[in-house]
Write a protein that binds this ligand. Structure first.
Ligand code: NIG
Ligand code: FE
Length: 379
């Protein structure tokens, strides 16, 4: 099956911005990019009518394996309560008592929401099971929904291990990792005061790496800490949140291959100061944007919303924010086949109801994604 999209007013390829362009797709790959006048014949033709075309968004950080919601916790926060991450245990209880079908249906619902807003790749973390059986089934289900699955058994220490956290770390490093390894591509740890410290984080990440999983970390979200430097030391693909950084953290990131993933939905929903995205870009660091979709700290599936926040609150230009939500997030997943519109890349792209990518930030909250092509197929 081949498809050609013509009369593209603005084509955001990830490498350049072209006008009057066309894109040809064969199967699940982009095979040609050029001027509309030279577009090849194809089985199917879409006339973009002067609209903007962008790579599909890559949401490289989402916690979709959960049940229930925490609207009441959000309400309390907006009335002045602080976010501590303690509510994670509420979702753990709901997740453990949910059926496999309920967990799958809830994740599918969120993937559908995200797709309608232009997300064509989504990473899915476990982390609300926190025992061997519930972490394993979370990842078994997640692996049927995306190739980008992440084991986050080290999200918090569950209540039953409160007095013996090191026993929980041993469980995560041993039996839990054994059970999830067939379904997980990545290993992640919430490295934060109140969750896991540097030594515990290092033990869990290296145990995951020994089983062939790639590393990623939650770091420096709620306060300064060792997460960012540890991510660099361990060769993590990404360190996510990066809200509280000092000069040494920025220097470490700048001299590494580790991507800094920013999750402004979390600062929005916890009414916290935003990370300094401008400082990271100015230091030459690769920045990704993602939703952090989860029922506690960021219950949004919308990459356009995160782009608008990144522009308004983290001082990225609209062009930088779209790049962070596409090629940047693809780099955070070490997926060079994603996030760009170039021959050989996967045929994931979106047509906006707007003439330029600027409108994603200029018209916040407006559903501007008109058409989604995923794996070469019109959705
Ligand atoms: O990325 N930081 C840790 N985990 C999530 C929050 C999860 C929750 O509150 O349920 C996050 O923000
Ligand atoms: Fe997260």
């Amino acid at each position: 099956m081949s498809l050609v999209i013509t009369d593209i007013g603005e084509l955001f390829t990830g490498d350049e911005i072209r006008t009057g362009a066309a894109v040809a797709i064969d199967g699940d790959r982009i095979v040609w990019v050029g001027d509309t006048a030279g577009a090849p014949a194809a089985d199917q033709r879409i006339d973009a009518g002067g609209a903007a075309v962008l790579p599909g968004f890559v949401d490289s950080h989402a916690h979709l394996m959960f049940a229930g919601d925490r609207a009441a916790e959000f309400g309390a926060r907006m009335a002045g309560a602080a976010y501590t991450g303690g509510g994670i245990r509420t979702t753990v209880a709901a997740t453990r008592s949910a059926s496999d079908d309920d967990l799958r249906d809830n994740a599918r619902r969120l993937i559908g929401e995200a797709l309608r807003q232009g997300t064509t790749t989504i990473e899915i973390k476990s982390g609300y099971g926190l025992n061997v059986a519930d972490e394993a089934r979370s990842l078994r289900i997640a692996a049927t929904l995306t190739p980008e699955t992440t084991f986050l058994g080290a999200h918090v220490v569950p209540a039953e291990y409160r007095d013996r956290p090191d026993d929980y770390v041993s469980l995560v490093c041993g039996p839990m990792l054994d059970a999830v390894a067939p379904y997980a591509k990545w290993v992640d740890v919430f490295c934060e005061r109140g969750a896991f410290d540097a030594d515990q984080t290092r033990a869990i990440i290296t145990a995951g790496q020994a089983r062939g999983l790639g590393a990623r970390l939650h770091g420096n979200q709620l306060g300064p800490g060792p997460g960012v430097r540890l991510a660099v030391e361990l060769g993590a693909a990404s360190v996510d949140h990066c809200t509280h950084l000092d000069d040494a953290d920025v220097d470490a990131l700048a001299s590494s291959e580790t991507v800094a993933t920013l999750l402004p939905g979390a600062e929005f929903s916890t009414r916290s100061p935003y990370p300094d995205g401008r400082r990271l870009l100015d230091a030459g660091i690769t920045v990704a944007l993602a939703t952090d979709c989860n029922p506690g700290s960021s219950y949004t599936s919308s990459m356009p919303f995160c782009i608008a926040l990144a522009v308004r609150e983290m001082h990225l230009t609209p062009t930088e924010a779209v790049a962070a939500a596409t090629a940047g997030a693809a780099a955070a997943l070490r997926r060079p086949d994603l996030g760009r519109i170039t021959p050989g890349a996967r045929a994931d792209l979106i047509v906006l109801d707007a003439p330029s990518h600027l409108h994603l930030a200029y018209r916040p909250g407006v559903p501007l994604v008109r058409t989604v092509v995923h794996n070469g197929v019109l959705q």
